[in-house]
Design a protein around this ligand. Structure first.
Ligand code: NAP
Length: 457
């Protein structure tokens, strides 16, 4: 075994072990470091790869520019902007795989049929992931011209036609040995890139995290395919690992939202068949001193964090509040919905960052039956994940999504800035319930007020 082969093998092992460790918040940081070391090893060893001749300066320049931009943006990105950051990095991976395919195919050197097939299909899905991820990034970044779902007449037919033509060209190139022309090749790439854009335009911002995860799976597959073309085991294994992780994540998100992936790709979040249930009653406000008394004298409080806690960066204050309550003998637990926030695991990461111990953080399945025994459910910056219409209204776009049973608690306190709807745009019936009180304000400011008031009791 050569040094290069040993290094690629070691890199692949590091990727797999790193990913394994990312499965638990306790070991996740170490997992990221391990996978990062694997990536550095795989990159550095390229300089002594027997098939690489010259171009060292260009390689260093590319690593310097790419690494520099990634280091700076990675350090500065706000937690709430993480999904679009992932979209962008992911798109780059797909683009890189497509670029490898382009370089290999432009050479027009003979390849075995199966390798040529892998090269062209890697090019197809890599290009789609690249241009699609850029549109996803733009939508999440709130770029005005691309915000929301962009739809026009006969869109699905045009998209289907575009896909059939692109796939047909891919098949033609894959099966024609070295007889394909450069014009055909470039036209194929242009159409594949156009399809990525067209496929993403009609999908609303609300569904972007699922789409990003799907493109992540595409990128992994494309990198894996091109790994076979270059006979590079590190690329093959990294690609397969990313491809399968992305596929599982996409399935997990779709399942947690109770929507098939086809519904995300070819439909609208807001599409329903009939009239939504009318909401009756009014929202009732509570002030921080009264809310503080309710919690301080409770036996059990369950806290449900959501996207608003991330926006407010309230996790540190929330943890301070929990410690105060625990000192008074109150049992406090966190209930995490699988799609709370904007990425799976979003809330777990925030709470881990604040130092909340993992043994008081519970998943939906573990805690949902316990709300009946809670004196207070404190909903902080969450909305859709506690909306009871998901249980009761078949006409609601979120019908069927499993929700946290906050409404089953004796009292519910909801912290949010105003009366705005959640991510799905659906009115939350919980806010109008008799046992629910609204505590208006920014998540962090309200948590600070609660702390001050509890200290005075
Ligand atoms: P949500 O439904 O988006 O609601 C967040 C709430 O936070 C809003 O109602 C907002 O109300 C409030 N808020 C915003 N900024 C705040 C601040 N600074 N302080 C206090 N409150 C603030 O959030 P969620 O309940 O976490 O649900 C997540 C949604 O994302 C679900 O619909 C889910 O399907 C979707 N989604 C998640 C994922 C994932 O993987 N996690 C993926 C795809 C889609 P105000 O504006 O009134 O303050």
């Amino acid at each position: 075994m050569s040094l290069v082969e040993i290094s690629y093998f070691a890199a692949a092992v590091l990727f797999i072990l790193g990913l394994k460790q990312m499965a638990s918040p306790v070991t996740a940081r170490r997992g990221i470091v391990w996978a990062g070391v694997g990536m550095v090893l795989a990159t550095v060893i390229t300089f002594v790869h027997p098939q690489v001749h010259g171009n060292y300066l260009l390689m260093l320049l590319a690593i310097g520019i790419g690494g520099g931009i990634a280091w700076k943006t990675g350090k500065e990105v706000a937690m709430t902007d993480m999904p679009q950051m992932i979209a962008l990095y992911n798109g780059m991976g797909g683009g890189a795989a497509a670029a490898i395919a382009a370089v290999e195919l432009i050479k027009q050197e003979p390849m075995s049929d199966s390798v040529q097939m892998l090269a062209i299909f890697g090019a197809l899905i890599g290009s789609i992931a690249f241009s699609g991820s850029l549109i996803a990034f733009a939508k999440l970044q709130g770029i005005k011209q691309l915000r929301g779902a962009i739809r026009f007449k006969n869109q699905q037919r045009i998209n289907a036609g575009l896909f059939v033509v692109t796939a047909w060209m891919a098949l033609g190139i894959a099966t024609s040995g070295t007889d394909y022309g450069m014009f055909t090749l470039f036209l194929f790439f242009a159409l594949a890139l156009a399809f990525g854009v067209m496929m993403t335009l009609p999908i609303g911002g609300a569904d972007m995290p699922v789409v990003i995860s799907l493109y992540n799976a595409f990128t992994g597959l494309a990198v894996g395919f091109e790994g076979f073309v270059l006979e590079n085991p590190a690329m093959m294994i990294a690609g397969i690992v990313v491809g399968s992780a992305g596929t599982l994540l996409t399935q997990l998100m779709a399942k947690a939202m109770n929507r098939p992936i086809t519904n995300v790709l070819f439909s609208n979040f807001g599409e329903t068949t009939g009239e939504a249930q009318e909401v009756t009653g009014a929202m009732k406000a509570v002030e921080a001193p009264d809310a503080a008394i309710m919690m301080a004298f409770a036996e059990k409080v369950i806290i449900i964090p959501g996207y608003g806690m991330a926006v407010a960066q309230a996790q540190h204050k929330v943890w301070e509040l929990v410690k105060l309550l625990q000192d008074r003998g109150v049992t406090v637990k966190f209930a995490i919905h699988p799609v709370a926030g904007r990425m799976p695991g979003h809330m777990n990461v925030l709470l881990a960052e604040a130092g909340v111990p993992y043994d008081i953080i519970y998943d939906l399945d573990e805690i949902n039956e316990e709300f009946n025994t809670a004196d207070v459910a404190l909903v902080i910056g969450a909305n859709d994940v506690v909306n009871p219409v998901a249980r009761t209204d078949p006409n609601s776009p979120i019908y069927g999504m499993p929700i946290l049973n906050a409404d089953h608690a004796k009292n519910v306190i909801v912290v949010k800035r105003g009366q705005g709807a959640g991510f799905s745009g659906v009115e939350n019936h919980l806010f109008f319930a008799d046992n629910c009180r609204m505590l208006y304000g920014d998540g962090q400011a309200v948590a600070s007020e609660l702390i001050a008031n509890i200290k005075e009791i």
